[in-house]
Ligand binder design. Structure first.
Ligand SMILES: O=C(O)CCC(=O)C(=O)O
Ligand SMILES: [Fe+2]
Length: 362
């Protein structure tokens, strides 16, 4: 709720939830308000582990961020898109290919989706330490709130979930928390993301695909759920199913870094974004995310878990596992622009990054 001391932000009006019955995936709902006691955490840890082993995604509620705070963050999230000039967007553009970092703007049409169709997505990414870079003028009044939001994601959501992930594997509770410092060097970051509708012709050519099926490169992804249905995940029966909108919930999934750290005990999960159902078309879709990564210097192998390494799986990446910094930079510079290899008759495309196969799904 904006108070006398918070700066004015224009209200962002999201489309209403779809009335169309979609083929939704049935996901576990983790109530983080129960994580306050050891008993509660153990029960949640089992629920999380089972959810990750079966489907790879879960919802989080009871995180402690109010509906008013949530609405305020979406108002702020629209500022770099709807209330910033094209000139300033260009000035703050991210040098993804050169630096391997998303920090700043990703303009539309930068990623290849399918059949010559490019994305219609604008991103604005900010390291959790919002002082590392400067930001467009319209966003500056909100930096203290954005910094608080990053801290909330990191300490109240990420760390809580990391404790559950450790308990789920019978590891000491702080096993993963230790590798995800808040004050350390690394790129856990906030991303505001706005999808715009494609031209009808492009929808046909790309089969309604807005973001190719992929795994996230970091350790876990926290998605602040929003009402425009478009996110789908690849279920064990190989069918794509929709994620449901639950107001003020989070959608959480595992990324590559956690898969490599745990030797595959937790697997990165495949998801994609498609054209929304008919009653939500022709409107933009605003997203808010916290992409969590380990500290930059962590080698993405079970060896980084010290004495606990024997309790997880075998290294996925072998002895030469990349560090988080090497992995995120290589993945980011290649993403959406590198030449992908397509096997005859296969529906997936692959590329080799740091000796590891990265798969893209249509
Ligand atoms: O927009 C979404 O719902 C998901 C986006 C996503 O998967 C990503 O940016 O990695
Ligand atoms: Fe993703």
């Amino acid at each position: 709720m904006p108070s006398a001391t918070t700066p004015f932000a224009p209200s962002y009006l999201a489309p209403t939830p779809t009335m169309i019955e979609l083929d939704y995936v049935d996901l576990a709902v983790i109530d983080l308000s129960k994580a306050g006691t050891e008993e509660g955490r153990l029960a949640l840890a089992t629920q999380v582990r089972d959810a990750l082993r079966s489907i790879g995604f879960f919802y989080v509620i009871g995180h402690g961020y109010s509906a008013e705070q949530n609405a305020r963050i979406f108002d702020i999230a629209d500022v770099p898109f709807a209330h910033t000039t094209e000139d300033e967007k260009r000035e703050y553009v991210a040098k993804m290919k050169q630096t391997g970092s998303f920090q700043g703007y990703k303009p539309k049409n930068y990623w290849h989706i399918d059949n010559g169709v490019h994305d219609e997505i604008e991103n604005y990414a900010m390291n959790r330490n919002v002082t590392l870079r400067t930001h467009p003028k319209p966003l500056r009044p909100f930096l203290p709130e954005i910094a608080e939001f990053a801290k909330f994601n990191h300490l109240n959501v990420l760390h809580e979930i990391l404790r559950l992930l450790a308990l789920g594997l019978e590891l000491p509770e702080d096993t993963f928390v230790r590798l995800h410092g808040f004050e350390t060097i690394g790129e856990s970051y906030i991303r505001f993301m706005k999808y715009f509708p494609h031209a009808e012709e492009d929808e046909k050519r790309s089969g309604g695909l807005w973001l190719k099926g992929h795994t996230d490169m970091g350790s876990i992804t926290i998605l602040w759920n929003q009402p425009v249905s478009a996110l789908q995940l690849l279920c064990p029966d190989k069918k794509w199913r929709w994620i449901k909108y639950i107001p003020n919930s989070l959608v959480v999934n595992i990324g590559d870094a956690m898969e490599y750290l745990t030797g595959g005990a937790y697997k990165a999960t495949i998801h994609r974004v498609v054209q929304p159902p008919e009653d939500q078309r022709n409107r933009a879709r605003l997203g808010v995310f916290y992409f969590a990564m380990t500290d930059d210097n962590v080698r993405l192998s079970p060896n980084s878990l010290g004495a606990s390494s024997r309790l997880v799986g075998q290294a996925v990446a072998g002895e030469d596992a990349p560090t988080m910094e090497e992995w995120r930079k290589a993945r980011t510079s290649a993403y959406g622009t590198s030449a992908l290899k397509k096997e005859e008759g296969a529906s997936v495309e692959t590329e080799l990054i740091k000796g590891l196969v990265v798969t893209h799904y249509n």
